[in-house]
Design a protein around this ligand. Structure first.
Ligand code: FNR
Length: 384
């Protein structure tokens, strides 16, 4: 169907499903165990109600811009693309297509460690001045990670920060993915680990699924006081920790960022990996509420970003009201790519950005700095 007839993320997902392979669909759609966290991610936003105010002139000085990484960068939209592996499974445009699709919105892409194109190819698709992030899974063979960091450091004008994903020390059980088997075409011009992971793991288990196929080589021995100093020795870029799921860990991140400025710890992403890691792990909304309750100073110390389950502009605005500085979409961007390549991703951002603006104007908020808890009622989520 023509992209402009697709009106929401359900339409985009359905259109993608008709365009992509069964294997690709199973890998993107899948989540851990019973997919409970995946559906709760989305439900948690539904449970929050909005509190619109009237008699606000929303015609003047309207903006959705946000600042990230302690004010280092200003972005026209808080909506960004979360790191997600293997975009070329969905469409030959791949991660470069994602980048071109979001460029007119000035939006940020965090490129996955398991991207299906090289970081150089993806950076080349970004117009001048557009910034990207690079996500890593630390490898058991640290020298491999160090070489990858060097490569990213050499593109400092494009890749402005490193995202370290922490919520997947071991592979999870993703049954849709496992039933659909492994993907022979993973030997794309991949960035970091995937071709290597194939050759080193010998013959991948045909019953493993793409998730496990990509996982080979990932380290499970990371700690606050060993990994962060090591990382800061190999890059000067600010570090954002992805997969924080409790107020305790958010608090520790903020404390370590103060105690060790030399580690360059600039933020956390509250995420349960789109429900793909530990099933029944909390949605970012719950973690945001915990932080608000037990250690709200975290929001003043480091950036807090969130992802998981975002399908509407109202979801994005609710996360911002709870203190998030930026909000990521994983699958939505991939479904957009599947539905129509670079233009499909553009359509996803057009829809969501339009919904964000409508929501803010309906609420009577003209800028992200005006958003806050006064615009939401969280009673139903706090009851859980
Ligand atoms: C992911 N995610 C992910 N995260 C990460 O840090 N590194 C990665 O390589 C990947 N790969 C990946 C592949 C696919 C197919 C999906 C769907 C997700 C997780 C991703 O960054 C993000 O946390 C979730 O996708 C957010 O949830 P939604 O938006 O998909 O609901």
């Amino acid at each position: 169907p023509p992209l402009d007839t697709l009106l929401n993320m359900d339409d985009i997902e359905a259109a993608a499903k008709t365009q992509i392979s069964k294997k690709c669909w199973a890998y993107y759609y899948s989540a851990a165990d019973d997919l409970y966290s995946k559906s709760l991610n989305n439900l948690a936003y539904r449970q929050i109600l909005l509190r619109p105010r009237v008699f606000v002139d929303v015609t003047r000085h309207f903006s959705t811009s946000t600042t990230i990484l302690g004010g280092r960068y200003r972005l026209p939209t808080p909506l960004y693309v979360s790191p997600a592996a293997m975009a070329r499974l969905a469409h030959p445009d791949g991660e470069a297509g994602i980048q071109r699709g979001i460029s007119r919105f000035g939006a940020l892409q965090i490129v996955s460690h398991n991207a299906s194109m090289t970081p150089e190819q993806i950076a080349a698709a970004a117009p001048e001045g557009q910034i990207l992030g690079w996500q890593i899974y630390v490898q058991t063979d640290r020298a491999k990670s160090e070489r990858m960091l060097q490569r990213i450091n050499a593109m400092k004008d494009k890749y402005r920060f490193i995202v370290l994903t922490l919520d997947a020390p071991v592979p999870s059980k993703r049954e849709h993915d496992e039933r659909a088997g492994i993907e022979a075409r993973l030997a794309f011009e991949s960035a970091a680990s995937s071709p290597a992971s194939q050759s080193q793991s010998g013959k991948p288990d045909p019953n493993a699924g793409v998730g496990k196929q990509l996982f080979f080589g990932t380290a499970a021995d990371l700690t606050w006081t060993t990994t962060l100093p090591w990382l800061s020795q190999h890059t000067d870029l600010p570090i954002v920790l992805k997969g924080v799921q409790t107020h305790e860990d958010a608090f520790l991140a903020a404390r370590y960022s103060r105690a060790h400025p030399e580690w360059n710890l600039a933020g956390v992403i509250l995420s349960n990996h789109g429900g793909r890691s530990l099933d029944t792990a909390p949605p970012a909304v719950h973690t945001l509420l915990e932080i608000r309750k037990y250690c709200p100073e975290v929001f003043e110390t480091i950036d807090v970003w969130v992802d998981g389950g975002v399908r509407r502009g109202t979801d994005v605005v609710k996360a911002l009201c709870l203190g998030a500085k930026a909000v990521g979409v994983g699958r939505a961007a991939l479904w957009g790519l599947g539905a129509g390549g670079e233009r499909g991703v553009g359509r996803v951002f057009e829809i969501l950005q339009g919904e964000i603006e409508t929501c803010m104007k309906m609420l009577g908020a003209r800028s992200l700095s005006e958003l806050g808890p006064r615009f939401i009622n969280t009673r139903a989520v706090e009851r859980d």
